[in-house]
Design a binder for this molecule. Sequence first.
Ligand code: TRP
Length: 344
Amino acid sequence: MAKIRVMSGMRPTGTLHLGHLVGVLHNWVALQQDYDCYFSIVDWHALTTGASDTSGLRDNVREVLLDWLAAGVDPERCTIYVQSAVPEIAELALLFGMITPLTWLQRNPTIKEQIQDLGLDEERVGYGLMGYPILQAADILAFRGARVPVGKDQLPHLELSRDIARRFNNMYGETFPEPEGLLSETPLIVGTDGRKMSKSYGNDLRMAAPAEEVAQRVMVMVTDPGRQRRDDPGYPEVCTVHAYWRALAPERCAEVESGCRAGTLGCVADKRAMAEQVASLLAPMRARREAWADDPSRLDAILAEGNRRARAEARRTLAEVRSRMRLPAFDDEGRPVAASAGTR
Ligand code: TRP
């Protein structure tokens, strides 16, 4: 039986952090056993908010690849590729733009939030940023992705991908699956200050962080602000460190919680234990990352193979899309190609 197709992607905006690892990558690694996975480094998406400074883009593509491999994403089982190596995705996004009402884009809460987070005023919100979810739909549907493992914040985008797939199918005949989200069970991991984890807030724990950096970041984490002395009873419900225990080591939660409530486990000791927990989670990945980083020609070969496979698949989809839409078609030399029988 053919495996179900999974598609997901990440923007190359820098090295990845614990939020990516626990919220998304662990999920990907588990899925690669049973699904036919396509994982894309979506560099065009990085341009939607970063076109004015592209100097880091090439390095960031490599950093993301290293973090994925370190987390255990396996190029023998998955197709790992770069979005811009598959121009058919851009063509599909353009065609989807023709059937997507502007109002569908304007009401997208994730884009609204992003605009707010970045403090962009209306003037600086470009066509590319408004079209972000259309490009994402093209990412998924160029590979007929049926399942999309993402964080919860991505659900509005996914809803739009489904709407676009449905509309296309209604207009031109059944072509695309309606992709479904696959959320991970792990609670969303917050930043060290309790806000959403993000490099731009300076509250992230990099996947590639050495133990000293982990300790530094963990020791400034916000615990129960009402707890003044070490033997005051604490309230784990308001403590960021405790949220980490829940996400990273649920089996230790009960013990930590009773120590905190009883005032026998102080915040400093709690953070020390957490720093160790995080460092030991990351240590083997760091080792793997370094081994991959020492082998640039193997990294190139992984992308070359992934890009080639992804492009072949997207070309097949686009050939069908053009035919379903009854668009003029040309071969590689520019010669008109007669409408194919078969489809419709
Ligand atoms: N928008 C996603 C994010 O910010 C990244 C993304 C782009 C994506 N294209 C995708 C995710 C396709 C899943 C499928 O995380």
